[in-house]
Design a protein around this ligand. Structure first.
Ligand code: FPP
Length: 241
């Protein structure tokens, strides 16, 4: 029988974020096209979502598609968008049955009308759910987020006819992630150890965890390893004990 090592963890993160990496390499190892890896990665998304919902994690955010990813081959981009659209339709019942709220964060102006409507419909339908919030970071980048926040703040100043007061808390309300606490734990799969223009502002004091496991192989036991590592961290936020 598999033991649940995280059962007694006092310190479950409120917000876990994952840079899902390694789909292409996973597919290549099997002599398959990259999209085969992205499709397989869906199973890992399901496993992590179920686990977090069960454990009472409040937010799980997944870096599904970066602003930079628009520069990938047209077929891969189209395949990924199609996959995301299908997932939203096909996982609807699972989200509802598990009381999961669904949210997409990123530059929606770059999404097709059909995908944008699908996103909006699922967000609306799952909005009353009170369990885990599953956040899909789609067409997102950290610099884009900071820039759009600055532009919206500037627009508010223009409208007010004066420079409005601004502090870190106030600036956070302009970010696309407004209302969501900063990630406590950021996991990146596939052995890469960089932030890749992800939540640059929000990860100021996030604990990082890297694993060599490729995303399509990432399962509950791998998430448990990350949580065990997180439980040993001493978060000082730049202060001393
Ligand atoms: C990075 O691997 C992965 C992506 C750019 C796409 C992630 C998308 C999914 C896992 C599809 C399912 C998602 C949801 C939210 C249902 P990579 O292509 O950069 O891999 P590589 O570094 O090995 O080339």
């Amino acid at each position: 029988m598999q033991t649940d090592n995280t059962e007694n963890l006092m310190d479950t993160p409120t917000h876990i974020s994952i840079i899902m990496d390694g789909n292409g390499r996973w597919a290549k190892k099997q002599g398959k096209m990259r999209l085969f890896g992205h499709n397989a990665g869906r199973e890992s998304v399901r496993a992590c979502t179920e686990y977090c919902a069960e454990k009472g994690v409040r937010y799980l955010s997944l870096f599904a598609f970066s602003e930079e990813n628009w520069g990938r081959p047209v077929d891969e981009v189209a395949g990924l968008m199609d996959l995301l659209g299908r997932c939203m339709l096909e996982e609807r019942d699972t989200l509802m049955n598990n009381n999961v709220r669904f949210q997409v964060i990123g530059d929606r102006t770059r999404l097709s009308d059909a995908l944008r409507k699908g996103v909006e419909a699922l967000e609306k339908e799952t909005a009353p759910n009170t369990g885990l919030t599953l956040v899909i970071m789609l067409s997102y980048s950290g610099k884009w987020d900071i820039l759009q926040a600055a532009q919206r703040y500037a627009a508010d100043c223009l409208a007010a006819g004066k420079t409005l007061p601004l502090d870190e808390t106030g600036f956070s309300t302009y970010l696309a992630t407004a209302g969501i606490p900063d990630p406590d734990l950021l996991i990146r799969t596939s052995g890469e150890q960089r932030i890749s223009n992800y939540m640059l502002w929000q990860c100021a004091y996030t604990e990082f965890y890297y694993t060599p496991v490729l995303w399509p192989d990432f399962r509950k036991t791998d998430l448990e390893q990350a949580l065990l590592s997180y439980a040993t961290r001493e978060r000082r936020y730049g202060k001393v004990e």
